[in-house]
Design a protein. Structure first.
Length: 129
């Protein structure tokens, strides 16, 4: 996730150690674990673009915490492994398929229909092309 890379990068820019950058990376990943990706109409604008802006704050906070000496008690490789397992255990509708979450709302479906001019299975097929 971009927030983890940005957190590590912020530590690097601030002159922190590699170990501190890894702690910032782990903290940023833990702070966003469990978020689902459900782009409206299969596009990255909603909610992805807005979420990326909020994750910039996550990155800075994680870097600040690590630079202040906070250590992530879970090692980075274990955090990544846990995120992978969480992702694999999510229902297919919540795995960036544009089938669940906010994209499955009336408004989300209306936006998809407006963009693609179709609905239901036709829209689903068009998004996978």
């Amino acid at each position: 996730m971009a927030a983890a890379m940005a957190a590590a990068g912020a530590v690097e820019i601030a002159g922190g150690s590699n170990e501190t950058a890894i702690h910032a990376c782990s903290l940023a990943l833990i702070h966003c674990m469990g978020l689902i990706c459900d782009p409206v109409a299969g596009l990255v604008q909603v909610p992805c673009a807005q979420r990326n802006a909020s994750q910039a704050v996550n990155a800075v906070i994680s870097a600040d915490m690590a630079l202040a000496g906070m250590k992530c008690i879970i090692p980075a490789d274990e955090v990544v492994e846990a995120m992978y397992k969480v992702g694999k255990s999510l229902p297919i509708e919540l795995r960036e398929t544009a089938l669940g979450g906010i994209t499955a709302t009336r408004t989300g479906k209306a936006i998809s229909k407006q963009i693609f001019g179709m609905e239901g299975e036709e829209a689903d097929d068009a998004k996978t092309i």
